[in-house]
Design a binder for this molecule. Structure first.
Ligand code: SAJ
Length: 427
């Protein structure tokens, strides 16, 4: 293998994880080739533009391109090191869809050098890295470049960054390095030690795969507990935000925040990989997924009750304001977003562009699924009154002045983020 520090690194999959990783490595002095199958992604990057909105990314991307430390390409080149960061969504039956990972691994196997290092960062079910080792070994053997699978340099090094703060956490977070062999772990450690300030923890691939899944399952379970507590509180006429705040004052209690459900491509997906592997055992993990997936329906039920109340009072048509569509605050990402899911249901049933107003500061246009029967508003105060307001995302842009004005003009409010209490808005 060549001088690692100046050798070629190829990052495959230039999404929320791959692109920041590629830029981090090129800033660390590596020549990086970024590969993706999407013409939108590659053509944007060739023009110096990123399709990912993350603080601090676009400036560093431009510099890396200008200094030719980062090149975007459609083709997997011969490289010393490969980093796989392609999506691992789930299939209809909640099983992991590893098609992107396996096709990339086969693509790498066909061009790699026998001593190239391959690192998988995509979140995968336990045992996936071993399957990838066998795929690489079979291809290298066909190419007469390997006799023993023990010589394969492959490691599983899951990312842990939080969307909205990726460029910082990618450096400061501790990183698990799960080599298929101890030698592979050391080689991966050499790469990451050049760019990561967090601790590098070496283990084997299965342990690393499981660690990633339980990290997100822990958070999902904690959120499910918070959501269940919120439903119980509403049932017994207690303010869910106040009671959780008070309980969290206990030195050993840290309940997360209830919401309209759990979205994004991580927490709403990864726990199913554990359930798939151990269906009889992972009861809490599965239940937490089911509880969080059931929350949007509880929001719609409340909406229906309030809508019925309005109709009873002769109010028709209803003016509805929906605050937030993204899967969480201060991001533009709507993947698996509960807020979008709830909005799509309301628009499907009562869609009317004159009466369904959407306030989402992080997007310029509405998703196709709702664009013709709802209206994206940038000035919610232009509308005199609202019959029902749904606060589904707690964007920072939803400040006290705006929320107070909206509350003054609203008959009914469903606040799924506790924003009214948090901001101290008079209700
Ligand atoms: N959520 C709540 N209540 C909370 C916290 C979150 O309802 O108190 C909801 C959010 O609104 C969102 C979902 O959960 O819909 C997930 O948001 P998040 O901020 O908890 O996490 P992600 O999906 O943005 O990022 C997670 C992180 N995992 C953990 O914190 C254990 C991140 O570190 C991972 O790298 C990322 O998943 C990933 O890629 O796996």
């Amino acid at each position: 293998m060549g001088e690692i520090e100046m050798s070629e690194i190829c990052v495959i999959g230039l999404g929320y994880i791959g692109l920041p990783t590629a830029i981090l490595l090129s800033d660390g002095g590596f020549n990086v080739i970024g590969v993706d199958t999407s013409s939108y992604v590659i053509e944007s990057l060739i023009r110096g533009r990123s399709n990912i909105s993350e603080p601090g990314l676009s400036e560093r991307l431009l510099l890396a391109i200008h200094e030719r430390r980062f090149i975007a390409s459609y083709d997997i080149p011969i490289a010393d090191t490969y980093i796989v960061a392609v999506p691992t969504p789930f299939n209809q039956d909640k099983s992991a869809d590893l098609s992107a990972v396996f096709s990339v691994i086969e693509g790498i196997g066909r061009v790699m050098k026998p001593d190239s290092l391959v690192i998988i960062e995509s979140t995968c079910p336990i045992g996936t890295t071993e399957i990838c080792r066998d795929k690489i070994f079979n291809i290298l053997r066909e190419r007469n470049l390997a006799q023993d699978s023990e010589c394969i340099n492959l490691a599983y090094c899951p990312e842990r960054v939080l969307p909205g703060n990726i460029m910082e956490e990618i450096v400061t977070n501790d990183r698990i390095i799960g080599g298929i062999t101890p030698n592979a772990s050391e080689k991966a450690e050499q790469i990451y030690s050049r760019v990561i300030k967090g601790s590098l923890m070496l283990t084997n691939s299965r342990t690393a795969e499981m660690a990633k899944l339980i990290e997100n399952s822990f958070r999902d379970t904690n959120i499910a507990f918070a959501n269940e507590i919120s439903l119980i509180a509403e049932e017994v006429n207690v303010n869910p935000w106040e009671v959780i705040e008070l309980a969290n004052r206990h030195p050993r209690v840290n309940i997360l925040q209830p919401g309209p459900g759990v979205g994004g491509h991580c927490i709403a997906v990864d726990p199913w990989f554990l359930v798939e592997a151990t269906p009889g055992i992972s009861r809490i993990v599965k239940m937490a997924r089911e509880v969080n997936d059931s929350i949007p329906k509880t929001v719609l039920d409340r909406f229906e009750k309030l809508r019925y109340d309005c109709l009873e009072n002769g109010i028709y048509p209803l003016d509805v304001l929906i605050m937030g569509l993204t899967f969480k605050a201060n991001v533009a990402d709507m993947r698996e977003s509960p807020a979008l899911q709830i909005t799509e249901s309301i628009v499907r049933k009562y869609g009317d562009a004159d009466h369904i107003h959407i306030l989402e500061p992080n997007i310029d246009s509405l998703p196709v699924s709702i664009e013709d029967r709802a209206r994206l508003t940038t000035d919610p105060l232009s509308n005199k009154n609202y019959d029902i307001v749904l606060i589904l995302v707690d964007h920072t842009a939803f400040n006290i002045d705006l929320v107070q004005e909206i509350v003054f003009r609203s008959r009914h409010i469903i606040d799924k983020r506790g924003l009214i209490r948090r901001l101290g808005v008079k209700n």
